[in-house]
Design a protein around this ligand. Structure first.
Ligand code: F0G
Length: 459
């Protein structure tokens, strides 16, 4: 029996969701050209497209919304955010921005320009984009265990520190603009990074005088995994673990739409470099707005200050990660493969394993996402060859290392019964998997095609 940690909250407000018939869903996905991003959210029953900005705020956060201070400068809500952030991260300076990629837009060009590289355990798409927009190149350096979806490793998100040092020597330390540690490692399946690994990366960076930036979107979930899996941390609080994690970096960029459980917001942290903070401020003002609001309303900043604290609550995190573990346990019973052990914010289904008869160029992970919608109105997304796109030089379809269908679970939104619906749908699909067909693209844009391209089933 898979344990389910019951919700450490009760529900005060509900949002009705519609259940269409299967016939209606077949029609809707066809009209959406078999692209899940083109579906109306009203036609989705369980929305697992992302865990970003889709969480449910608490009564306290909503109360914060009402008392948010909308002053242009020096607002009370800004001060509350500074107090809350300092308590968790232990840094001297913080700068709110409107979301994670805004933080990247402000920070990356400070360290990167043409001729430089950024090395990361894995760059998230927008992080990679901002590295490249700054003129630099992004290199992924995750441990090889991350590529093995079956065998257990407690920290599949880790940096390959041996390779990191080789890369630094190969490119020359002066050409490595920054090292980015993404916690948890979203692209590898929401996989955690161990404290020991973060510390080692930081030591290597120090040796070569390279700044370390943490991409902190899911830092609290990462701290939870460290507490549960790494020796010496069982008795430490989530906040103490977070503080230690951040002590090994110089700066962080954060999407607050994840672990701070707000619908919009981001944050930059600077450990103690006053000059760097001055540069961050100077870059924020033209892009995001004045220092004390950074592209957000005062009420959003108030909700972030409260959400940062709630996101580090152990009972909440146990329930939260427990939802992924519950889903994973049920999938084990059903013999359905996923990136294992399951990560912090999502289950990454291994579509290559479930649909071995669909080749990468017919997009098995996209086929599974479409089938999940048809079967039960569940919206997920492809993280595989369909998302990867074509080689810019040859125009040929790239074969992705993984064919994942990501089930990203919003925070505090769905119940155990919703999770059971997901498992039942997957079991039903497994029964008739041989009948599933691949897809072909009938129209695609030049970049980031998965958001807007059109597809059709292969007859
Ligand atoms: N870094 C990581 C690791 C992320 O997962 C994301 C967003 C960002 C940065 C950018 O933050 O969206 O606030 O601008 N990830 C979302 C996802 C979109 O669905 O995984 P943002």
């Amino acid at each position: 029996m898979t344990k389910y940690y019951a919700e450490p909250f009760k529900i005060k407000m509900v949002e009705p969701i519609k259940i269409l018939t299967k016939e209606e869903r077949i029609e809707k996905i066809k009209n959406a050209n078999y692209n899940v991003f083109s579906l109306d959210s009203d036609d989705v029953y369980i929305d697992l497209l992302t865990d970003s900005g889709t969480g449910a705020m608490s009564a306290n956060q909503w109360a914060g919304i009402m008392v948010g201070d909308e002053a242009y400068s020096g607002s009370r809500s800004y001060k509350n955010l500074m107090i809350s952030a300092k308590d968790i991260f232990g840094y001297e300076y913080f700068q709110p921005v409107h979301q994670g990629r805004a933080a990247e837009k402000v920070v990356m060009p400070i360290f990167l320009k043409e001729g430089k590289v950024a090395i990361s355990n894995m760059h998230f798409d927008t992080t990679r984009a901002h590295v490249e927009l700054a003129g630099a190149r992004a290199i992924d350096c995750v441990i090889k265990e991350a590529l093995d979806t079956v065998n257990y490793h407690p920290f599949k998100g880790n940096m390959d520190n041996e390779r990191l040092e080789k890369l630094i020597q190969e490119y020359g330390a002066e050409n490595v603009g920054m090292i980015i540690i993404t916690v948890t490692n979203n692209s590898a399946g929401g996989q955690p990074v161990s404290m020991e690994n973060i510390k080692q990366t930081s030591e290597i960076a120090k040796k070569y005088d390279i700044p370390v930036c943490i991409d902190a979107a899911r830092y609290a979930e990462n701290a939870y995994f460290i507490k549960m899996r790494e020796e010496g941390f069982a008795d430490k609080s989530i906040k103490d673990i977070a503080k230690e994690m951040f002590s090994y970096a110089d700066v962080f960029t954060m999407s607050a739409k994840k672990d701070a459980i707000i619908n919009m917001g981001g944050l930059i942290g600077v450990k103690n470099d006053k000059d760097l903070y001055e540069t961050v401020k100077a870059r924020t003002i033209p892009y995001e707005g004045f220092v004390s609001y950074g592209g957000l309303s005062g009420r959003d900043i108030e909700a972030m200050a409260i959400g940062l604290q709630e996101g580090t609550d152990f009972d909440y995190l146990q329930y939260r990660i427990g939802q992924m573990e519950y889903l994973a346990g049920k999938l084990d019973e059903a013999g359905i493969a996923y990136q294992s052990p399951v990560g912090g914010h999502a289950v990454f289904l291994d579509a290559k394993h479930l649909l071995p008869h669909i080749p990468y160029y017919e997009f098995p992970a996209q086929a599974l996402a479409i089938e999940l919608y048809i079967e039960a109105g569940i919206r997920s997304c492809d993280i595989g060859s369909y998302m990867m796109g074509n080689d810019p030089d040859t125009g040929e379809q790239i074969e992705s290392e993984f064919e994942f269908t990501r089930l990203a679970v919003p925070r505090r939104v769905y119940t155990q019964s919703h999770l059971d619906v997901i498992v039942e749908a997957l079991k039903a699909i497994k029964e008739r998997r041989d009948s599933l067909k691949g897809y072909r693209i009938t129209w695609e844009p030049k970049v980031l095609r998965h958001f807007t391209s059109k597809l059709e089933p292969i007859k």
